[in-house]
Design a binder for this molecule. Structure first.
Ligand code: GLN
Length: 211
């Protein structure tokens, strides 16, 4: 984990919590607010927060296109909660154009107003055998995913809440709000893999997404 530089988008939201964990794991974790700060990164985290606000600020600061281009060149990117919305190609209840990088269709505030926030112990085999305590706050979920997307975790009712597509990672919950460092370690492993590597060794799930 040494010598890795993983930027955290710091326009709004839970960026401080991500930075603390990345530093605990020995990574350099600069705040990212401007396009020229993206230049020398090995990875990028888009935190939880308010996706509309974050997207507007990203547009104003000219960050959307540079991040899209870096992702196409293989930059590892992880979106948590609002970050997952911003990575999706489709958001079923959203007007704004996202980064559009993952072959997912996401529903914003998907757990409804009555149950805005909850916690759950999730099976996430990719991060280890022990269940992962996940905090969901006005969370989205993944309605559909193309076969290019690997499902990393779902709730007991089948609702998809964590996915990976090569060097892109997304989860509906907030690993940055727990003391369990395994999800961040998993992302740093992806960051450390060569760009030509992907998750060929992992079996992609059957899933569907209309073209
Ligand atoms: N509901 C928020 C949004 O749509 C996401 C919530 C979160 O990141 N905790 O942007």
């Amino acid at each position: 984990m040494q010598d890795m530089k993983v930027g955290v988008l710091a326009l709004q939201g839970t960026f401080t919590e991500h930075i603390v964990i990345l530093q605990q794991l020995g990574a350099e974790a600069p705040l990212i607010r401007l396009p020229n700060q993206l230049d020398t990164l090995d990875g990028l985290i888009i935190p939880g927060g308010e996706s509309t606000t974050m997207l507007r600020l990203m547009e104003s600061f000219g960050l959307l296109q540079p991040i899209r281009e870096l992702a196409r060149d293989g930059l590892a990117i992880w979106g948590t909660c609002a970050g997952m919305i911003l990575l999706a190609k489709q958001v079923s209840n959203y007007e704004m154009e996202t980064l559009g990088l993952m072959d997912t269709k996401v529903k914003r505030n998907a757990f409804g107003s009555q149950v805005d926030s909850f916690e759950a112990d999730l099976e996430i085999p990719a991060v280890g055998e022990e269940p992962f305590h996940a905090v969901f706050i006005r969370a989205p979920f993944i309605e559909e995913a193309r076969p290019t997307v690997k499902i990393l975790s779902h709730l007991p009712d089948g609702t998809i809440v964590a996915v990976r597509q090569n060097r892109l990672l997304a989860c509906a919950f907030h690993p940055e709000f727990t003391t369990d460092l395994r999800f961040h370690s998993y992302f740093l492993n992806i960051v450390g893999q060569r760009v030509s590597d992907n998750c060929d060794d992992e079996i992609f799930q059957d899933s569907h997404l209309e073209p």
